[in-house]
Design a protein around this ligand. Sequence first.
Ligand SMILES: [Mg+2]
Length: 257
Amino acid sequence: MTKTTLVAFDLDDTLAPSKSPMDPRMARLLGELLEVVEVCIISGGQFSQFKMQAIDNLPDSSSSHLERLHLLPTCGTQYYRFEGGLWKQIYAENLTEDEKSRALTVVETRARELGFWETETWGPILEDRGSQITFSALGQAAPVHAKQAWDPTGEKKNTLREAVQADLPDLEVRSGGSTSVDITRRGIDKAYGMKKLAELTGIPLDDMLFIGDRLDENGNDYPVKALGVRTHAVENWTDTAAYVEKLIHKFRASSAS
Ligand SMILES: [Mg+2]
């Protein structure tokens, strides 16, 4: 068996259902995995999302192993570790003020021109996430059914993405969730985050294993596979739970021998 010193997970639809808390079974298994190996969670989402979906649901028994957990929100442009009983941001690579203000202006202008600037929303449409500017057509807290109804084919989102990208050639504009468009520096994806993690921890990429639900060529986990990291594809968190159960077994067996 190849040496694995770190197991990395995607968050949405890998550890937990999209935007939802982790199931207690998955939480218990993640806690057990932390007893035997370093663990990383990497996602395009914010730290608050990591907290709500994963960290806050970990069993109390895992608290003595949280030093082994590496958190990479917004694809690794931010890095959090548990130190002295608290989650600390170790670094954040934020957009410059100029990049932020151009991104905010362009996305609002284009959305208004295209008739996509809604007046009835659930929270603010634009969000400054430090390393990312996010446009959410109906606001950050819009219910799933409203989001699905707004742009069932994804056409509005893609039209806006293209228009904004044309105006911001030095930045990267991607379609995020069902009604959102994200603006970041160029070349920020999960491969970027994993490389960053290798640099920060000194753990070589060859010693890492990545688990994700979108390792297909169009998926947001694919860049990690393309980077050459060992990967395991899952469909959902129950798949992940079954696989992690086996992993824990293997780690325990190899440390006992
Ligand atoms: Mg996912």
